[in-house]
Write a protein that binds this ligand. Structure first.
Ligand code: NAI
Length: 249
């Protein structure tokens, strides 16, 4: 149980659609004020409106997380405006799939910049306000690709595997400051990211999933919301895989 009196502030990247929008709704439903971050201001405003309609508290902030100065500036401005920053959810991510023999430098670098470097930049910027508040929750989105690999995703798998080691290190460095850091690793989830895949690939994924279906964004959001809750204070440095059993051996 919490003795918290002031509303906690959550900064959520990639909140304009898919898993990020679901996470924002779930975290807002827990009574947090959510800061919705993505590039498309109009889409963010739609998510903000639906959170407000449900009685939640939200603001939108358009920002390209691949732009280091913009991302740092966004986090600093939120911490200044609210005089706190309690929760950081690094959800935004991209794929640029190609078999390794054909993968270009640009495809590799772009994925690393958005999926890994931005996570480093955001976490570093968020730690100071979390330390000042003597409380923090960081959740970074991984992927089953980063745990077991996936053909065509060497860049993506590398970025998501790196996020695991990075997050476990934050968990150890920040434990004494009452800041937890965990990864949620989704399997195949129905969003725009997977919508582009051929039907045959989707069917193969379902066949390899014990639950025989793709996951829904709200099923990832529930795991993330738990890890940001007051009750999750003794969970840190973990990877919570939400994949319908796909990686069960
Ligand atoms: P999506 O493509 O539907 O949404 C991605 C979000 O990130 C969007 O809001 C987009 O605007 C934002 N974004 C991308 N690049 C950005 C940038 N440079 N600056 C600001 N915002 C940016 O993706 P989805 O499926 O919702 O994925 C969310 C997270 O979950 C990602 O980290 C993804 O890698 C991870 N994931 C998704 C899986 C799936 O099956 N959908 C499986 C495993 C992991």
């Amino acid at each position: 149980m919490s003795d918290q009196t002031e509303q906690r502030i959550a900064f959520i990247t990639g909140a304009s659609r898919g898993i990020g929008a679901s996470i924002a709704k779930a975290v807002a439903a827990q009574g947090r004020h959510v800061v919705l971050v993505a590039r498309n201001a109009d889409k963010l405003d739609e998510v903000k409106q639906s959170i407000s309609d449900a009685g939640g508290s939200a603001q939108s902030l358009a920002c390209d997380i691949g732009d280091q100065a913009a991302l740092e500036g966004a986090i600093e401005s939120v911490a200044k405006e609210h005089k706190r920053l309690d929760i950081l959810i690094n959800n935004a991510g991209i794929t640029r799939d190609n078999l390794l023999l054909r993968m270009t430098d640009e495809e590799f670098d772009e994925v690393i910049a958005v999926n890994l470097r931005s996570v480093f930049v955001a976490c570093r910027a968020a730690l100071r306000p979390m330390m000042r508040g003597k409380w923090g929750r960081i959740v970074n989105l991984g992927s089953v690709s980063g745990l077991v690999g996936n053909p065509g995703q060497a860049n993506y798998a590398a970025s998501k595997a790196a996020v695991v080691g990075f997050t476990k290190t934050i968990a150890k460095e920040m434990a004494a400051k009452n800041v937890t850091a965990n990864v949620v690793a989704p399997g195949f989830i129905e969003t725009d990211m997977t919508d582009v895949l051929p039907e045959s690939v989707k069917q193969l994924a379902k066949d390899h999933t014990p639950l025989k279906r793709m996951g829904q964004p709200h099923e990832i959001a529930a795991a993330v919301a738990f890890l940001t809750s007051e009750d999750a204070g003794y969970v840190t440095g973990q990877v919570l895989t939400v994949d319908g059993g796909m990686t069960t051996v």
